[in-house]
Write a protein that binds this ligand. Structure first.
Ligand SMILES: [Zn+2]
Length: 136
């Protein structure tokens, strides 16, 4: 009699133990997915070019407070650089296409002011490393 009641108790506990185990497994999987997925969007580098030459490269992760960067190409243009992305604030150009581009925040996006000959492109750090490997 005692044996059979013990067996049902054990079986019940095993079923109950599976639920927290499933929760742990699920949260670990979600945690890994969460850690892996934003990696593409992090580690962005803004490559700022003036008159066809790379003027500066800014790692957006390192930007704590947004700041303005004034560039003197054929015309004066002002970029706002923040950890979220980069945009033209103002430019001394007639079309204002650069300002209308708005903020770029993803790898591969770029904003260009043709009259000022100023451009900014976002690349991921991996791409940046690739470029270094090619040029060096
Ligand atoms: Zn412009």
């Amino acid at each position: 009699m005692n044996y059979s009641s013990d067996n049902t108790k054990r079986a019940y506990f095993r079923m109950a133990d599976l639920i927290p185990l499933a929760v742990i497994v699920l949260s670990v999987v979600l945690g890994v997915v969460f850690l892996l997925s934003p990696k593409d969007e992090k580690g962005l580098t803004a490559v700022v070019s003036v008159e066809g030459e790379v003027y500066t490269e800014v790692a957006l992760d390192a930007v704590k407070e947004p700041y303005e960067l004034t560039l003197h190409g054929d015309r004066e243009a002002v970029l706002l650089i923040s950890s979220d992305g980069v945009r033209f604030v103002t430019s001394d150009c007639p079309d204002k296409l650069c300002v209308n581009t708005g903020m770029i925040s993803r790898s591969g996006q770029s904003a260009v002011c043709l009259p000022a000959r100023v451009s900014v492109k976002l690349i991921s750090s991996e791409e940046s490393g690739g470029i270094d490997a090619l040029s060096g």
